[in-house]
Ligand binder design. Structure first.
Ligand SMILES: Nc1ncnc2c1ncn2[C@@H]1O[C@H](COP(=O)(O)OP(=O)(O)O)[C@@H](O)[C@H]1O
Ligand SMILES: [Mg+2]
Length: 271
């Protein structure tokens, strides 16, 4: 009989494990992750704004997706915007495009149109507009402070739009700037995420194997240790290293990944 050709077959997976596609229901539920989700949810329910600050690869985008899944479309009009280094006007255009506001050429007009669009959703459709802005650490300070203007309705007498800005740790420093204080003071909550501790990392790897359809975990206990030593509980690094390790083990026709496979995978990924 021929050797199993496919990596999934060898390790008993239905799907490729450790990939980026992850259904919200299949997420790994950790107390700190669920607490951050709950706090952001409550802030949005109160029609206020919040920030989510955490290092790259620790689950911010996954958390925003989980938040969106919690906000029923019958009550919320949620839009996800991923920003790059845009000017105020281009950022407004981007948001206008995303939420379906009427286009306009000038920045002040765009702000007006956006506000109209949000009050419309709220007054006419009974929907609460929510903006989820990812990669916000890449925003220019003046663009960040523009969000303050966007959330000001009827001279601040009404709460209409809820905003969550998610970004890597430089966002924290930006929010301390004097010229950002107007916005920073509007943030009713700042959620954080952290890297996993060793036992959490083991549980995470086990979880990702299970949701990929395997009943067992194809890493030796020492390989699990090695994964943690190298990836240090960063989710994305753990995913990349674990997947590459399985690939290496599979190519060598080994059914269980060892620390040696982990070391080879590391060399291949991050030479
Ligand atoms: N709660 C979770 N359960 C399972 N996997 C997760 C969870 N959070 C994040 N991940 C996975 O970790 C990786 C990094 O997460 P991501 O949200 O992209 O991080 P960030 O946006 O902070 O850079 C993704 O591949 C994602 O699928
Ligand atoms: Mg992200």
């Amino acid at each position: 009989m021929s050797k199993i050709k496919d990596m999934r077959g060898r390790f008993g997976f239905h799907n490729l494990p450790f990939t980026r596609e992850l259904r919200v229901e299949e997420r790994f539920e950790l107390p700190f992750f669920e607490d951050a989700l709950e706090a952001l949810h409550q802030t949005i329910e109160a029609l206020m704004s919040a920030a989510l600050i955490a290092p790259a690869g620790t689950g911010k985008t996954a958390l925003l997706r989980a938040l969106q899944a919690r906000l029923p479309p019958a009550r919320y009009d949620v839009h996800y915007v991923k920003v790059t280094n845009l000017s105020k006007r281009d950022m407004c255009r981007e948001i206008a495009d995303c939420v379906g506001a009427r286009p306009a050429a000038s920045y002040p007009m765009l702000v007006r149109r956006l506000q109209e669009r949000f009050t419309d959703a709220s007054d006419n459709d009974g929907l609460r507009p929510v903006l989820l802005i990812d990669e916000a650490h890449d925003m220019r300070p003046d663009v960040l402070s523009m969000l303050r203007i966007l959330t000001n309705f009827d001279m601040d007498s009404r709460l209409v739009l809820g905003v969550v800005i998610a970004g890597q740790t430089p966002l924290r420093t930006m929010l301390r700037r004097d010229d950002i204080q107007d916005l920073a003071r509007r943030l009713a909550h700042v959620a954080v995420l952290r890297t996993l501790a060793k036992d959490e990392s083991h549980a995470y790897i086990t979880h990702r194997c299970h949701i990929a359809g395997s009943h067992s975990v194809p890493f030796s206990p020492q390989a699990m240790e090695a994964l943690y030593e190298i990836a240090r509980g960063n989710l994305r690094a753990t995913d990349q290293l674990a997947l590459k390790t399985l690939d290496v083990a599979h190519r060598q026709s080994d059914d269980v990944a060892s620390p040696n496979h982990v070391a080879q995978a590391r060399q291949l990924l991050w030479p």
